[in-house]
Design a protein around this ligand. Structure first.
Ligand SMILES: Nc1nc2c(c(=O)[nH]1)N[C@H]1C(S)=C(S)[C@@H](COP(=O)(O)O)O[C@H]1N2
Ligand SMILES: [Mo]
Length: 309
């Protein structure tokens, strides 16, 4: 997919690409090299500062993060993304930002990152399938981008779409999902400081299988909300339909907040298995809002979270 650059009137349009630095030896020592599906940006280490929003939990090792993935564009198996995502070219990349925004347009990856200070944010990711991991993401607040493009007063939601490119995304050659993969957030969720766009993991460009070159991370929601390889962000008034809600509305709602008290119709959500600790490791209790309740519970005050699952 080729997106033409429109005149956006945005001040950060004519910029030099961000410079990355890469520590090849540390990367090899982490055992990641063989597992990382060729990312075109992956020749540098990112210029990153630590974030106050990190958990103090021990992050999973890079090989675990990069070999056990859900990314249906590359197949259904957990190992398929690591095996096949190397075919994806992530350079050049741009995101169309449209809908109820002041400055709609097609923004290149470089424009989006221009002037942005990337932070390392160690977040838990809890999947609806009841496994979890802790990931040292590198990213910046989605709200920062939305403020820069200007949200119109009538906007209430933010819709996201993943790339459609069946030549490189072999899972898209079968109509398993209604491509493109789509997600949505309420505007206040999207503007919350915990909601980030991630471009890296372990201070390196994000591995293709984890959603290169840019993906959403919403740490208090089930993993499927964290849409990968984003090419479109649309501000809307109506609540957008997301892919899993569309496929199976009784199993997947719009909110998808991590909630140990509301089970998935086919299994319990009360506990989780941390990947990398072995199949026989004790399951740990799942926490309300994945442990981020102090920061986000107020967003849902007065809402019946059984109804709005
Ligand atoms: N485009 C796209 N984004 C996606 C998915 C997908 O299949 N396609 N899977 C989701 C699910 S179910 C999870 S749990 C997380 C997994 O992210 P990770 O592979 O980085 O752990 O990505 C989410 N984002
Ligand atoms: Mo998931």
């Amino acid at each position: 997919m080729k997106i033409r650059q429109r005149d956006t009137g945005l001040g950060w349009a004519d910029v030099t690409p961000r410079e990355f630095f890469f520590n090849r030896r540390a990367f090899l020592a982490a055992g990641g090299a063989a597992l990382i599906a060729g990312n075109a940006w992956a020749n540098d280490e990112l210029d990153v500062i630590p974030s106050q929003f990190s958990t103090d939990e021990q992050p999973n090792a890079l090989p675990d993060i990069a070999r056990y993935n859900n990314f249906y564009e590359f197949g259904l198996g957990k190992g398929d993304p690591a095996r096949y995502a190397g075919a994806l070219t992530t350079q050049p990349w741009s995101i169309r930002i449209d809908g109820l925004v002041e400055r709609p347009g097609d923004y290149s990856f470089e424009e989006i990152l221009d002037g942005v200070q990337l932070e390392e944010r160690i977040y838990r990711l809890r999947c609806v399938e009841a496994w979890s991991m802790v990931v040292p993401w590198v990213g910046f607040e989605l709200g920062e981008l939305l403020r820069r493009v200007g949200v119109q007063p009538s906007a209430r939601h933010v819709a996201f779409e993943t790339l459609v490119r069946p030549e490189e995304m072999r899972g898209q050659r079968v109509p398993m999902l209604d491509w493109p993969y789509r997600e949505g957030l309420r505007l206040d969720e999207a503007m919350h400081p915990l909601t980030i766009l991630a471009t890296g993991i372990y201070r390196q460009p994000i591995p293709n299988q984890n959603g290169a070159p840019i993906r959403l991370v919403v740490p208090w929601k089930y993993g499927f909300k964290s849409i990968k390889s984003i090419v479109r962000i649309t501000l809307t008034e109506e609540e957008p339909l997301n892919t899993w809600q569309d496929m199976a509305p009784d199993e997947y709602g719009y909110y998808a907040n991590v909630n140990p008290e509301v089970d998935h119709p086919r299994w319990s959500q009360a506990s989780e298995r941390r990947i990398g600790m072995g199949l026989f490791a004790r399951r740990m209790p799942t926490r309300m809002f994945n442990g981020y309740g102090d920061q986000v519970a107020h967003l849902y005050e007065g809402m019946d979270l059984r109804r709005y699952y």
